[in-house]
Design a protein around this ligand. Structure first.
Ligand SMILES: *Cc1c(COP(=O)(O)O)cnc(C)c1O
Length: 471
């Protein structure tokens, strides 16, 4: 069958529309003898029979394995240059107490950006000194809570915050270690990066002011300057953007000197790209770690300064590929569209969730893939768009994919690579309850985040519950 004229250029027609592509699905994923998909040793048909759809399934060993491999890669690359590495899990990608326990058991620290995330990490038992706290508008209450609980590193984002934190820490009789978030002017897009003098975004201090801010911190009561931080973007392939921003920050470190403080930290953030579809190829983490550390060592040597302790904050590359969302197909509909080469059919496949459990296409135009998970099919393929049940034409989960032509109501449809930035961005739009999250490992499934019920949805309606004791 010729490729559909409606298919985007990156999407090629699969030779097998049942295949669970390597690198896109968790490593444990396969089909059993009945053709049903299995993740973490658990049949998706069975897990759906227990927990219903939509359902977010997280492969625990995939998360743990990626956390372990990432820590090992950066530790080895750092050790080879005579320094050490700290690897923080960026909690915003998907944080629950279970996930925090898995990644910290594998050697990661945790990065949070609100009091809510901080409370989850603390409740999980993550040692406070292994927490980093960033964000451009942390409230006084949040800063106070962070200081009181002993958060290891706070990333300063403005001079107002510097003064606030100095006062809070001094009043509490503490010395708080801080990093400075620097807007390096380097911004990474998926396959290229831009480096400008003035990047127009809300985070951080301009590069040209960083040295002055270090001096202010050194004079401020209650604060200790621990190093520099940047985060140049997300879903980045290759090392060019990291290398450029590392060079710019090392220049600042060479200007400010060590001030008699312990070896400074160079935190280069997260953003390592993963494969959302077979068209993407993720760079192996060992290669990224080595490429980045090589330039950190070379640029330090060129300036005659010691190689700093390095820190990283990956989120997506730890949990993204571990998540698979399962939906049930409700309806299908063929829509004929005029194209330059004549009319073409796009089949809309409607599932029982949508932008409330996966806002990534609606928000960022993100691409995903899909497979029928409950069975295999020998039918030819058809170009489809997977859409949700919300009252919004932009309610698209998978913009373009080839599925077997016989995709039908009742089929289970799986969308892989939904472990990062799906559950945390989920909503109750249209009063749709948020789905549960189930961890799978060694053939066992257990809930790690409860699904919402209609009772939960009504519980905040003050027309039904006039007071919850808040005033
Ligand atoms: C979002 C973010 C991260 C994580 O980015 P990923 O793309 O998920 O790796 C790390 N650090 C900071 C400061 C961030 O804002």
């Amino acid at each position: 069958m010729p490729a559909s004229p409606l298919a985007p250029a990156w999407l090629s027609e699969p030779s097998d529309a049942n295949a669970l592509a390597e690198g896109v699905w968790p490593a444990s994923a396969h089909r059993d003898e009945t053709g049903g998909a299995v993740v973490g040793g658990v049949s998706v048909r069975e897990v759906v029979a227990r927990f219903g759809t939509p359902l977010l399934v997280i492969d625990e060993d995939e998360v743990r394995g990626r956390a372990r491999r990432t820590v090992a890669a950066f530790s080895a690359a750092a050790a080879a240059r005579g320094t050490s590495a700290r690897v923080y899990y960026a909690g915003k990608a998907f944080l629950s107490t279970e996930i925090a326990r898995w990644v910290t058991a594998e050697g990661m620290r945790v990065d949070v950006c609100t009091q809510g995330e901080l409370e989850v990490a603390l409740a999980a038992g993550v040692p406070a000194e292994h927490l980093g706290f960033h964000g451009n508008n942390k409230s006084v209450a949040e800063l106070r809570r962070a200081v009181e609980t002993g958060v290891g590193t706070i990333v300063l984002d403005s001079e107002i915050e510097l003064e606030r934190l100095s006062r809070i820490a001094a009043d509490a009789g503490r010395t708080q270690a801080v990093l400075i978030r620097v807007n390096t002017g380097v911004h990474a897009e998926t396959h290229h990066f831009l480096a400008t003098a003035h990047e127009d975004q809300k985070f951080g201090f301009p590069l040209a002011e960083a040295a002055r801010i270090v001096e202010r911190i050194r004079r401020a009561p209650g604060l200790r300057f621990d190093g520099l931080h940047c985060h140049i973007g997300s879903q980045i392939f290759g090392t060019d953007g990291f290398r450029e921003s590392a060079a710019r920050l090392l220049e600042v470190l060479s200007i400010v000197g060590d001030g008699g403080e312990p070896a400074p930290i160079l935190n280069l953030g997260g953003g390592f790209g993963i494969a959302y579809t077979s068209a993407d190829e993720a760079t192996p983490i060992e290669q990224l770690a080595d490429g980045i550390l090589e330039v950190v060592a070379a640029e330090s040597a060129a300036r005659g300064i010691p190689v700093p302790v390095v820190a990283f904050e990956p989120g997506r590359s730890i949990v993204g590929t571990a998540g698979v969302t399962l939906y049930e197909v409700g309806t299908t509909k063929d829509v004929t569209v005029d194209t330059e080469t004549g009319p073409a059919v796009r089949r809309y496949v409607s599932v029982d969730g949508g932008m409330s459990d996966n806002a990534r296409h609606a928000l960022y135009g993100a691409d995903f893939s899909a497979r029928i998970a409950s069975r295999v099919s020998e039918a030819g393929t058809q170009l489809v768009r997977v859409v949700g049940k919300h009252c919004e034409s932009g309610d698209v989960v998978v913009d373009a994919e080839y599925l077997p032509d016989d995709v039908s109501p009742g089929d289970l449809l799986a969308v892989p690579v939904t472990g990062a930035y799906c559950q945390p961005l989920s909503s109750n739009y249209n009063h749709v309850p948020r789905p549960p999250v189930v961890a799978v490992r060694d053939g066992a499934a257990r809930v790690i985040v409860h699904g919402e019920t209609v009772t939960d949805l009504l519980a905040r309606d003050a027309g039904l519950h006039p007071s919850r004791g808040e005033e």
